[in-house]
Design a protein around this ligand. Structure first.
Ligand code: CP
Length: 322
């Protein structure tokens, strides 16, 4: 199956078939990263621009690696040395970049909706690499790929999303994705960091969402724990008395982990605040798949670039086997 869309702006607007097409294509592309020569000619002659208005280690690097593994040319725009510092607007920046005829613009921005605005004026594909607290679609896709690899399915799993929910685009994209695929999601965090209408995200899906302020309730019998970073740069610390208290009530420790299923997996989008939302020995422990998520991020971003540029899942399989 192919993706018949120009942009990837969020999980909200994706169908179940589209999500599965991206995951299956990513699964096929994983093999390329295990080869001694990690490159196929699939996107030769294509150009991908990374336009990041917020800092990033994993997303920006993995989009660049993904494009290069498919032989596309990649350009990274550093906003601090661009004409944005001279007052150029986002839309004028995009118009000028588009005049150089790229095939995709990958954008991260602190404002929710910035990629959507770009998509209205650009003929080029626009990929959302995180917009404010709205969505981070490729993160949810790589999380789903990681879960599916270990559990064989998403449907029916008990998945806890724990932490700073309000500020988290990862939580929103994951809630859309996991409930579309039929997971039972428990959302846990301080009451001040859980938006009131969050359980409505599951409406119309085969999954469900319940919210709780008790981390122990969320962990009890869970198959998957998705821990979220406390977003200190978005002033999350104003929503609870102190980091010490946050860690005491909401930090994932090895002791708390015992309440989950025996084969529980722990994921975290990174960057991790060790000792705040998750203890250091859990990050490095046997249940943690945090670095596997990063590896899967390359395959997911290869799949997204490839599919948006007109490829299909069956062609991806043929490409890998060539
Ligand atoms: N998970 C994630 O988006 O990490 P970066 O901010 O490093 O890209």
């Amino acid at each position: 199956m192919a993706l018949h869309r120009k942009n990837l702006l969020g999980i909200r607007e994706l169908s179940i078939d589209e999500i599965l097409t991206i995951l299956d294509t990513a699964e096929a592309f994983k093999e390329i990263s295990r080869r001694p020569i990690k490159k196929v000619p699939t996107l030769r002659g294509r150009t991908v621009i990374n336009l990041f208005f917020e800092s990033s280690t994993r997303t920006r690097t993995s989009f660049e690696i993904a494009a290069k593994r498919l032989s596309a040319d990649t350009i990274n725009i550093s906003v601090s040395t661009s004409s944005v510092t001279k007052g150029e607007t986002l839309l004028d920046t995009a118009r000028n970049l588009e005049a150089m005829v790229p095939d995709a613009i990958v954008i991260r921005h602190s404002s929710a909706g910035a990629p959507h605005q770009l998509a209205t004026i650009c003929k080029t594909s626009v990929i959302n690499a995180g917009d404010g607290a709205n969505e981070h679609p490729t993160q949810a896709l790589l999380d789903a790929l990681t879960i599916r690899n270990h559990k064989g399915r998403i449907e029916g799993l008990q998945i806890a999303i724990i932490g700073d929910i309000s500020h988290s685009r990862v939580a929103r994209s994951n809630l859309h994705l996991l409930t579309k695929l039929g997971a039972q999601v428990r959302v846990a965090g301080p009451a001040t960091l859980i938006p009131p209408s969050f359980d409505k995200i599951a409406e119309g899906s085969s999954g469900s969402v319940v919210t709780t302020t008790s981390i122990d309730e969320a962990i009890d019998g869970a198959d998957v724990l998705l821990m979220l970073r406390v977003q200190l740069e978005r002033e999350a610390s104003a929503f609870f008395p102190s980091l010490r208290e946050y860690s005491y009530f909401y930090g994932l420790t090895a002791k708390r982990l015992q309440k989950a299923k025996k084969d529980v997996i722990v994921i975290h989008p990174g960057p991790v605040n060790r000792g705040v939302e998750i203890a250091s020995d859990v990050v490095d422990g046997p249940y943690s798949l945090i670095y596997e998520q990063v590896t899967n991020g390359v395959a997911v971003r290869m799949a997204v670039l490839y599919l948006l540029m007109g490829g299909s899942q069956s062609e991806a399989v043929r490409e890998v086997n060539r």
